[in-house]
Design a protein around this ligand. Structure first.
Ligand code: PGA
Length: 269
C-alpha cells in the first residue's frame, strides 16, 4: 500500500471516525487541518459556524499555526442581519477564530447577507472560489434535518451558492442563539451542495444524540435530497468525526471502529 503522490489527501471515500467524546473527535479533525496547513501553507479552507466547530477553532488557535497565506470561504450567512450583530456569522468567525490567528483580512470570505444584489453576489462568490483554485478542505456541521451549509432538505444536489429559506426546524434549532425563534432570520445565503462537492476534501463533524438520526441517514441511508448530507457518499474524500452519541444510530458502527483502529501507520492522523 502506498500514500500516493499527495501528502495531503488520500482517496478513502467516506471514512467514519467514532471517538468516545466530542473533544477526542475534534482533536482528530484539528490534526487533519494542521497537517494540511503545514503541508500546504497557502491552502484554501472552507469554514463552518454553529456550536459544532467552536471546539475545533479553539484547538486550531492553540496549535499556533501559520495562517498568513491561508484563504478561507465560509459556508453561509443570514440575510439582513447587520454584519456587527452578535449572531451574524461574520461576528462569529471574527470572535471565535480570525481575531486569534495571523490570517490576512483580505484572504477571508464570508457571504454578505446585506449585498444589494444577492444573485450577483452569489455568482461572484463562486467565481472567487474558482479564482483561488477551489477549496482544499471544507469543514461541515450537519443540521438535525441533514442540512450541510444551509442546504435544507430537498435542496438540489447540484446547487450552487444562492439564497435559501430556512425550515421551521432549523429556525427552532438556532433559536437558542437568538433568544427566541421569532428573531431567527428566515433567509440565508449558502454555498450550494454542488459547491461543497467540489471541495477536494470534506470534514464533517457531528456531536450529541440529536445528530444521530441525521448522521445515520447521511452515512447509511440512500442518497437523497431529503438528507442533503447523504450526497457526501459520492465525494471522493470525506471524513466524518463523531462522538459516540452522534454515532449511536449507525448500524455498522463496530465495523467503522475496527477500520479506524487498524489503519496503516501512514494513514494515521
Ligand atoms: P450546530 O449546527 O453546529 O449549531 O449544531 C450545525 C448546522 O446547522 O450545520
Amino acid at each position: 500500500m502506498s500514500a500516493g503522490n499527495s501528502p495531503i489527501v488520500w482517496n478513502e471515500l467516506m471514512e467514519i471516525i467514532i471517538q468516545p467524546t466530542a473533544d477526542a473527535a475534534t482533536d482528530i479533525a484539528a490534526r487533519i487541518i494542521a497537517r494540511l496547513l503545514r503541508g500546504k501553507p497557502d491552502a484554501v479552507l472552507g469554514l463552518a459556524t454553529g456550536s459544532t466547530p467552536l471546539r475545533l477553532y479553539r484547538k486550531l488557535i492553540a496549535m499556533d499555526l501559520d495562517w498568513s497565506r491561508v484563504t478561507t470561504f465560509n459556508l453561509d450567512e443570514y440575510i439582513g442581519l447587520p454584519r456587527e450583530h452578535p449572531q451574524s456569522y461574520h461576528s462569529f468567525m471574527w470572535e471565535n477564530l480570525f481575531r486569534h490567528i495571523n490570517i490576512a483580512a483580505d484572504h477571508i470570505h464570508i457571504p454578505d447577507g446585506n449585498a444589494a444584489d444577492i444573485p450577483d453576489f452569489c455568482a461572484c462568490y463562486e467565481q472567487q472560489i474558482a479564482n483561488v483554485g477551489g477549496i482544499d478542505l471544507q469543514v461541515l456541521g450537519i443540521g438535525t434535518d441533514g442540512h450541510i451549509g444551509f442546504n435544507e432538505p430537498t435542496s438540489s444536489l447540484a446547487s450552487r451558492t444562492r439564497i435559501k429559506t430556512l425550515t421551521g426546524q432549523t429556525r427552532l434549532d438556532n433559536a437558542r442563539f437568538f433568544g427566541s425563534e421569532r428573531d431567527v432570520p428566515h433567509h440565508v445565503i449558502t454555498m450550494g451542495i454542488g459547491t461543497i462537492m467540489e471541495a477536494r476534501q470534506n470534514l464533517l463533524l457531528a456531536f450529541g444524540p440529536n445528530k444521530a438520526r441525521a448522521i445515520a441517514e447521511a452515512v447509511e441511508g440512500p442518497i437523497t435530497s431529503i438528507n442533503p448530507a447523504s450526497i457526501l457518499q459520492m465525494h471522493p474524500v470525506v471524513k466524518v468525526c463523531l462522538d459516540e452519541p452522534a454515532a449511536s444510530d449507525l448500524q455498522r458502527a463496530d465495523y467503522y471502529r475496527w477500520v479506524y483502529a487498524h489503519k496503516p501507520d501512514w494513514q494515521a492522523y
